[in-house]
Design a binder for this molecule. Structure first.
Ligand SMILES: *Cc1c(COP(=O)(O)O)cnc(C)c1O
Length: 432
């Protein structure tokens, strides 16, 4: 009899985006003439930079000639031309020293943040922010690091559940959270940057600039996390997918700008939002050679060769054409063109922030991130406000509660729309 991996049965159905889709479809059926504007999706809208297109066209032609054709990338971790461009432009230019064999090119940060947990122990305690990008949580549930209802805890070798723990499990379940995962509230009070927890955790997921809140972490805030991880011998998974949207020169783009981070942090970067690569697919992870994890009997082992083994066993590399496109993002023309697109999105963000502030809303984010986190009017819940915007302004937002209980009372607006749509949506909101 074929058994199923029961960890997958603990997953809650993906609820947020299907539910938004359902409500929007219903509205459109009832109002076929309404022009609905989406400020909800986290996908880009501007086309690829011309420098990227030219590089990819050249690479396609190379693939069509026997002298320049390329098959497998033998390294399996990305062509040296791309890893060199990454090391020089994303790190050396900011005073951070990263070596070529610490870069692992992949087809996305979703996969990288989802896969990285695989090489770490199953008994590790996972900490995430609330609200959170669901990939970090769901992939750990699939791996067996969360308790479902009625399932014995595996954490820390306990073999019986005490009543306190059962109570906590019931509470987590009632909030739509998983027992066994540590959720760190990101609230207006802490500037949406949670402090390290007062208990030991082992695997910490941080995302700055943040999706969904648009918050960024100062160097001091990241330094506290690095210090915590060093003391606890924990690892930080630092998702920097929105790094390119930082405008404040004091905000670090990489966690390695903090001293000591190379010993405790893995960083993820993606071309998706930076260069409009959501449909092209190219990203990378940095796994420093100083990073260590521990066997059950306390022996330190290097993480970099283990990730190399994992990555090259299960993945055969990003296409040559894509890697040439990614390399072109770092060319002088590429940099200029990509920056123009980011400036366009950030001009949208600033329009949204200004308009909503004038209308009396409290807004966060949108200055170093493409997301604006809007407080709903007093007494109006996330979903209630979503329905109001849809019905009265025909504007789609994302209810904050869908990212976690601390997102209740907020909606997320994105700056990825076309500028004329953003302006029209804001005019409609002004007439509410
Ligand atoms: C969009 C996004 C990514 C990018 O994922 P890709 O798989 O590289 O497209 C990563 N992390 C967060 C939080 C995101 O919102």
């Amino acid at each position: 009899m074929i058994g199923i991996n029961e960890n997958f049965l603990k997953l809650r159905a993906g609820y947020l985006f299907p539910e938004i889709g359902r409500r929007v479809r219903t509205f459109k059926q009832e109002h076929p003439d309404a022009k609905v504007i989406s400020m909800g999706i986290g996908d880009v809208t501007q086309p690829l930079a011309p420098a990227v297109l030219e590089a990819m066209h050249r690479a396609v032609d190379e693939m069509g000639r026997p002298e320049t054709f390329r098959g497998y990338d033998d390294s399996g971790v990305g062509y040296e031309f791309l890893r060199r461009a990454i090391v020089e432009n994303d790190f050396a230019a900011r005073g951070v020293s990263i070596e070529l064999d610490e870069v692992f090119v992949s087809d996305g940060t979703k996969c990288d943040t989802g896969n990285m947990q695989e090489i770490f122990g199953i008994d590790n305690v996972v900490a995430v922010a609330d609200p959170v990008y669901p990939v970090y949580v769901d992939t750990n549930v699939m791996a067996g690091r969360a308790r479902g209802e009625g399932i014995l805890p595996s954490n820390r070798g306990q073999d019986a559940r005490d009543t306190k723990e059962q109570g906590q499990d019931a509470l987590a379940t009632s909030r739509g959270q998983y027992a066994g995962i540590v959720y760190m509230p990101a609230t207006a009070e802490n500037g949406f940057v949670p402090a390290p927890p007062d208990r030991p955790v082992d695997m910490i997921y941080l995302c700055f600039p943040n999706n969904p809140t648009g918050a960024v972490a100062t160097k001091e805030a990241l330094a506290r996390w690095v210090e915590y991880a060093r003391v606890q011998k924990a690892v930080i998974f630092f998702d920097a997918a929105y790094e390119a949207f930082i405008t404040d020169p004091a905000i670090p783009h990489s966690i390695y700008e903090v001293e000591g981070a190379r010993e405790v942090a893995i960083e993820f970067r993606s071309g998706s939002k930076t260069a409009g690569f959501t449909g092209v697919r190219c990203a990378y992870s940095i796994v420093p050679k100083q990073l260590k994890a521990y066997t059950r009997d306390g022996r330190a082992v290097e993480v970099n060769p283990i990730w190399r083994r994992r990555h090259t066993t299960k993945f055969n590399g990003v296409s040559y054409i894509t890697q040439r496109g990614a390399e072109a993002v770092y060319s002088p023309e590429g940099k200029k063109q990509v920056q123009q697109t980011i400036d366009l999105y950030m001009a949208n963000a600033s329009l949204i922030r200004d308009a909503l502030t004038k209308l009396g809303y409290t807004v966060y984010g949108g200055t170093n991130a493409p997301y604006i986190w809007v407080r709903t009017p007093k007494g109006v819940g996330s979903w209630e406000f979503f329905d109001l915007l849809l019905n009265k302004a025909n504007v789609v937002c994302t209810p904050g509660a869908g990212f976690g209980p601390s997102g209740e009372g907020y909606v997320r607006l994105t700056a990825f729309g076309l500028p004329q749509n953003v302006r029209e949506a804001l005019e409609r909101l002004a007439k509410l």
